[in-house]
Structures are given as C-alpha cells and as structure tokens.
Design a protein around this ligand. Structure first.
Ligand SMILES: [Zn+2]
Length: 340
C-alpha cells in the first residue's frame, strides 16, 4: 500500500469507527482556572474542545468532573450538565452505550461524566448512589491519595519512574482498599458504574481485581515494560485486567509512552505489546487531554490530530477490525458490560 493509499484507507476506518476516549480533563481544567466551560469554543491553548474533538472523529469522551471534594464536585457536575444542555445540537450526555451509538448517528459529542478520586463520597455509600443518579458513570477510585480521611486506599500511590524491583515491592508494602473502598467497588458493580484503576496503588489494584464482578479498566495509563513509570501497568496487571475482560486505555502523556522520545509510533508499540500479551480486545485509548499540567503537550498534541493514530496503526499492519476495536469498540464492549 502506497503512503497515499494508507492515508485514505486510514481516513475511511477513522470515519466509520466509534471513538471512545477514556479520559479528558478539559471541563475540570476550565473550572479550576475559574473560566466558563465553553466547550464549543476553540481555544488553541488547550489540547481539546468539542469542535476539535468532533473534527478528530471522537464519538464520546469520559470527562472528569472532580471527585475530590463533595461541594466542588456538585458544582462542577451542575456546570457540566448546564453546558451540555446549552448545546443540544453538538453535545449530549452519555449514561448508557445506546447513547454513544446515538451520538455517532447524530454527529454529536457524547459526554460521559466521571470522577477522579472517591474522596467526594465522604465514606457514605448514599453519595455514590446520588452520583449515579446525576449521571456519573465511572470513578477512578483514587487520584493518588491514600491513608487520609475519605481516601479509598490505605497508602498514597507512587508517581514517577521506578525499577522493576521497586515495583514488585509496592504490592507488598502498600496498603490496599479500605473497607469502604471495597464497599464502593461492590456498589459500583451493582449500580452499573465503570471501576477505573488508573492512579491506584498496586496493592489496591489487586484488591479490586479480586472483588469486582465486572470488567475493570485503567482508563489512562501505559505499559510498564515500555516505560517504567509507576502509572503504567506491569505485564501481570495487564493480564489481571484482561481476566476481568477489561482494558487498558493508552494515554498520550510522553512519560507513560517512552523514557526517551515519545512518538505516535511508540503509542502503537504499546498497543501492539498489550495485543501480543493478552489480545487486541484489551486495548483502548485514554488521551488525558488537558490533564497534563501547564505547558505539557500530549504526544498527539490536539484532539483534531487523532486520525494520525489511525494512520500509524494502518502502517503497523493492524487490520480494520483491530483498529476499530482499539479506537472505541473495546470500550463499547466494556461499557456495555458495566454501565449497560
Ligand atoms: Zn489522571
């Protein structure tokens, strides 16, 4: 296939596919900056906004709307819902997979609200049930915190590069889920919420794997064998997630992709690595757009450049069906099994 043919082939697959992104921080970032959410406004200082996500082929993104502090979370959920209601032609809230299919059919951006941290639950299972009623469909059980009031794990998560030996010790030395954390996982299973293992410490990771009766995911992370960062999953963790029929969303953050020069091809390397280890059905994407901190740009710099990922997968020799699975088909399967 010539370079030009590969490009037009990729464009067709990309257009047909349902794209689901496991993690986007845009709404949270704007709220933290004290700015209106203004999702429809293109602003090139950010990695994403609704017009560029739609241009990049995105069907639905999991948008983080806090989860650390209850009052602030309520405020941001309200603002996000109001913003969605303001643009019914371009945006829609997603609470079930049927909504994602509808977003695809109608050319709108699906917005699934998520919390990143369970601190806002304040050790009260009824708050979780209320969050579900508000449309929160996934919770990343911790952002990093542990051992403090309302944290769902007993020890904070380590963030940074580490040796395989350090990594092996984490599981033994760290404290896993609190008893409330265990209750949260069970209730999320029952309610129909996606349990997200991104950021969790290694002891709590395996606690969740043991407890959950539904697929577990790490929405935005990487492969430890490719980039030895504590936020990336070891082979054993990837196998554990696969056993739940879950997936790993590969993030576009350079530190999770490679210790040297991170490129789009190296993102595809990680996808191929997971596919070889446990099968292509356990790979997804989790961009972390607008969640990398001031002045840090993702490997795929902006949401409108998402087709370059599909081109790279075509060049690598992934089949059309495999590419569609990675872009969103796998997430759709996992969401069907969790949120319905
Ligand atoms: Zn995160």
């Amino acid at each position: 296939m010539s370079k030009h043919d590969a490009k037009s082939h990729a464009r067709r697959i990309h257009r047909e596919a349902i794209l689901i992104d496991g993690h986007n921080d845009h709404i949270m970032l704007k709220c933290e900056q004290g700015k209106p959410i203004d999702l429809m406004k293109v602003n090139r200082k950010y990695h994403s906004d609704a017009p560029r996500l739609l241009k990049g082929g995105m069907t639905a993104s999991l948008f983080m709307v806090d989860g650390h502090d209850l009052a602030r979370s309520m405020m941001i959920v309200e603002r996000a819902l109001r913003e969605i209601a303001r643009h019914p032609k371009h945006l829609m809230q997603v609470t079930r997979t049927a909504d994602i299919r509808r977003a695809k059919r109608t050319g709108r951006l699906g917005i699934m609200l998520t919390w990143e941290s369970g601190m806002a639950l304040c050790n009260n299972i009824d708050i979780l049930r209320l969050a579900y009623r508000l449309g929160i469909r996934s919770i990343t059980l911790t952002h990093f915190e542990g051992g403090c009031q309302f944290a769902l794990q007993g020890t904070p998560s380590y963030f940074g590069y580490c040796t395989p030996e350090d990594r092996a010790s984490f599981r033994r030395t760290m404290k896993g889920l609190t008893s409330f954390g265990r209750q949260v996982v069970k209730e999320m299973n029952r309610l129909g919420m996606l349990v997200d293992l991104a950021h969790i410490n290694d002891a709590a990771f395996y606690d969740v794997i043991e407890i959950t009766e539904k697929p577990a995911v790490s929405t935005h992370g990487g492969v430890f064998a490719c980039a030895p960062h504590a936020r990336c999953l070891t082979d054993d963790q990837i196998r554990a997630i696969a056993r739940t029929d879950g997936l790993l969303g590969i993030a576009f953050y350079h530190k999770f992709i490679s210790r040297k020069r991170a490129t789009v091809d190296k993102i595809v390397d990680q996808m191929a690595y997971v596919a070889d280890l446990v099968g292509i059905k356990h790979v997804g994407i989790g961009s972390d757009f607008d969640g990398l901190g001031e002045g840090v740009w993702p490997v795929i710099r902006t949401a409108d450049r998402l087709p370059t990922l599909t081109e790279a997968m075509v060049r690598r020799g992934f089949s059309d069906a495999e590419i569609k699975k990675v872009l969103g088909g796998n997430f759709l399967r996992v969401l069907k099994a969790t949120i319905g």
